[in-house]
Design a protein around this ligand. Sequence first.
Ligand code: GLN
Length: 238
Amino acid sequence: MSVVRIASVYASLLGTYGDGGNVAALVHRALLHDIHVEVIDVTPGLVLPRQADLYVLGGGEDTAQVAAANALRTDGGLTDAANRGAVVFAICAGYQLLGEHFPDATGKPAPGVGILDITTNRLPKRAVGELAAIPNEVNRELGLTQILTGYENHAGATHRGSGVEALATVRAGTGNGDGTEGSVSGRTIGTYLHGPCLARNPELADRLISWVVGRDLPTITEPEVEALRQERLKVVLG
Ligand code: GLN
């Protein structure tokens, strides 16, 4: 029986708005599919595991975000992981720091890890509120069919380079700031969706797990989750 190894990266620096719940949601969905998981909690100062299958990063305050980006660049393990095809899933600050640069607390560009060809600067106005977005239906690897729902709280506008696709198209909210939301490149996904994102979007959780195990997973719908999704979508889409 294979085990999906999930690295929860620097949750004490990158875990605002309940983003730690993404790892809990992955564990929950994997167990629903009878897939065994092991969670490796990587606290700041520890070396990133080189053998994990899925690396999860959450959102964070500006200063914590700079500290996390610097530590990750020094460690080098996340870049190696992305290069060898491991899955990387990152929210908000974690998303921004995967790019080339993002604003520090004073607004000056701080260097990111450079895994994604994206750059982030300041939005004219902070984006706070519910976010709903239609998933990229062109990317067949992604293969998402359900509208993505969550909430955002960030000051960053994120610009994608030519090799990076949008994760989704915004229906309500701000996302990247240009009508798109999030980024996907290979098996690296970044998004502004908090919620926690994977608790509110189990199809996305299943996709990340399916990339690791190398097969599609059957659809399992949980009524409580579906009810929450519909309630939240109604708030923003009517
Ligand atoms: N510090 C970043 C910003 O404000 C990310 C915020 C977050 O992770 N919620 O844009």
